[in-house]
Design a protein around this ligand. Structure first.
Ligand SMILES: [Zn+2]
Length: 423
C-alpha cells in the first residue's frame, strides 16, 4: 500500500488537541504525527497548508435505500456521496424493503459494500422483521456484523423497550431510537405552528417527540444505554441534559437542518423542507445549538434520506418525509457552528468523529493518534461555494440548494487512500 504524507495542515485531534503538524500514513494506518516529517522515497505528498485535517467524519444516520428503492439511492451511490462530502464511514439504517432484519441479508449486503469507497456499516432492526412485535435475534444480528439496533422510521415499541435496552446493553451494541409518539403525529406533515397555519397543512405537535424522548430516557435509567436519534426540540435537549446530569446512559444526536433552519424558513409548499422530525420553531433551533455547544448533544449525523423527484414533487401533504445530507453535513457544520463561533474545531471533531466512533464501537477510528486507521477528512475553511442543484447522490431533495457555504471537503482519505479530492 502506498505511503502518504500530509504536510503543513492544522491537525485537529480530539485526544492530542490542535496543532500545525505533518502526518505520515503507512499501511492504511497513521504512522507518525510530528512538526516536520520529510517524505520517504516514493511517498506521495499532500500539501494541506491552510486546511483543517480531521479524523474521518462518521455519519451514523444514513438511508441508502438498497434494497427496495434503488431509484433514489444505492449503497454505492450513498458511499460515493459520502466520500464527496468528506465522510469516511457511514452507518446505514435498516428500514429498507425487505428490512435489514436477518443475518443472511446483513451478510449479503455487507459483502457488496466492501467495494464501496468509504467504510459502510449496517444497523439491524431491533424488533423481529422490524415489525414492532417481538425482540429480534440480537446476538445473531451482532455476529452478522450489525453495529447498532434501531427500527428507525418507526419508534421502538414501549412494551419491548426495557427488554431491548437490557439485551442490546448486554451485547455492547448501541440501541438507537427514532423518538416519535405516532399517535400524537397523526396525519401531521409539518411542525404545528405558524408555517403549518400559513400553508394550511396539518401539524406535528412538539409532544410527538418529547413524550417518546422522556419515555426512552426513563427506560435507560437503571437498564442500559440508549441513543436518541435526530433530536429537534428544546424540550428534548433539556431532558437529555438533565438525564446526563443524573448520570443516566443516554446519548443524543441532531442533524444540520435542526441547527440551520426553522419552520419560519418554509415559505411555500416545497417538500424539500419536509422531514421527520419536522423543522421546529426558532427557539428550538437555538436550544439545539446550545445543546451542541455544551456537550448535551453527542453526535451530528445527516439523516440522509433520499427520495426520487417524482415523489418529492407531490408537495408537503403527499411527499415522503426526508432530505439528503451526506454532501452538506460538513460545510453546514463548519459554516453554522465553527465559523459562527458556536463551537470549536475540536468539539466538531468529537461530534463528527470521536463520539460516533465510540457509539459504534469503532476502536481504531475517531482520532489521528499513531496506530489509528488512516481515515481523514481534510476541510477547506476559506473557499465559499454554493450547494449545487445536482449531487453525487442519486437524489437531490435538499432545502440547501443554492446556499453559500464554507468548509467544503478538500480531500477524503479512507485507510490511507484518497477516495475524493476536490476538482
Ligand atoms: Zn428517524
Amino acid at each position: 500500500m502506498p505511503e502518504l504524507l500530509i504536510k503543513n495542515g492544522l491537525i485537529i485531534d480530539p485526544l492530542a488537541g490542535e496543532a500545525r503538524r505533518d502526518l505520515l500514513i503507512r499501511h492504511g494506518r497513521i504512522a507518525r504525527v510530528s512538526t516536520r516529517i520529510s517524505a520517504p522515497a516514493g511517498c506521495a505528498v499532500y500539501d494541506a497548508a491552510g486546511l483543517w485535517v480531521f479524523p474521518g467524519f462518521i455519519d451514523a444516520h444514513v438511508h441508502a435505500r438498497e434494497p427496495g428503492a434503488e431509484g433514489a439511492e444505492t449503497i454505492t451511490s450513498a458511499a460515493r456521496a459520502a466520500a464527496a462530502g468528506g465522510i469516511t464511514s457511514i452507518l446505514l439504517m435498516p428500514n429498507t424493503a425487505p428490512p435489514m432484519a436477518s443475518p443472511a441479508l446483513l451478510k449479503k449486503f455487507a459483502a457488496r459494500a466492501k467495494r464501496a469507497p468509504v467504510n459502510v456499516y449496517f444497523s439491524a432492526a431491533a424488533t423481529a422483521g422490524r415489525s414492532g412485535t417481538g425482540v429480534a435475534g440480537l446476538a445473531a444480528l451482532k455476529r452478522a456484523g450489525a453495529r447498532a439496533f434501531t427500527d428507525d422510521g418507526s419508534c421502538l415499541p414501549g412494551a419491548l423497550l426495557v427488554e431491548l435496552v437490557r439485551k442490546a446493553g448486554a451485547l455492547g451494541v448501541a440501541l438507537m431510537d427514532h423518538p416519535e409518539n405516532f399517535s400524537r403525529t397523526g396525519n401531521g406533515v409539518i411542525n404545528a405552528g405558524a408555517a403549518a397555519r400559513m400553508l394550511g397543512l396539518p401539524g406535528i405537535p412538539a409532544e410527538a417527540e418529547a413524550l417518546a424522548v422522556l419515555r426512552d430516557i426513563l427506560a435507560a435509567c437503571g437498564c442500559g444505554p440508549i441513543h436518541l436519534q435526530h433530536l429537534s426540540l428544546a424540550a428534548s435537549v433539556l431532558a437529555l441534559r438533565l438525564a446526563k446530569k443524573a448520570g443516566w446512559p443516554v446519548t443524543g444526536e441532531t442533524c444540520p437542518h435542526y441547527f440551520s433552519l426553522c419552520d419560519a424558513d418554509i415559505k411555500r409548499d416545497d417538500a424539500d423542507y419536509k422531514m421527520k422530525p419536522p423543522l421546529r420553531r426558532a427557539a428550538d433551533r437555538r436550544a439545539v445549538i446550545a445543546g451542541i455547544a455544551d456537550g448535551t448533544i453527542d453526535i451530528l449525523a445527516s439523516d440522509h434520506a433520499p427520495h426520487e423527484h417524482r415523489f418529492k414533487a407531490k408537495g408537503f401533504k403527499s411527499a415522503p418525509f426526508g432530505i439528503i445530507g451526506l454532501e452538506t453535513l460538513a460545510p453546514l457544520c463548519v459554516t453554522e457552528l465553527v465559523l459562527k463561533n458556536r463551537i470549536s474545531r475540536l468539539r466538531l471533531a468529537r461530534l463528527l468523529s470521536a463520539n460516533p466512533a465510540r457509539l459504534l464501537g469503532l476502536k481504531k477510528k475517531g482520532s489521528l493518534a499513531p496506530g489509528s486507521d488512516a481515515d481523514i477528512t481534510v476541510i477547506d475553511p476559506r473557499t465559499t461555494r454554493r450547494v449545487p442543484e445536482c449531487f453525487v447522490s442519486k437524489s437531490s431533495n435538499s432545502p440547501f440548494k443554492g446556499l453559500l457555504l464554507r468548509g467544503w471537503p478538500a480531500a477524503t482519505i479512507v485507510a490511507g487512500r484518497v477516495v475524493y479530492s476536490r476538482p
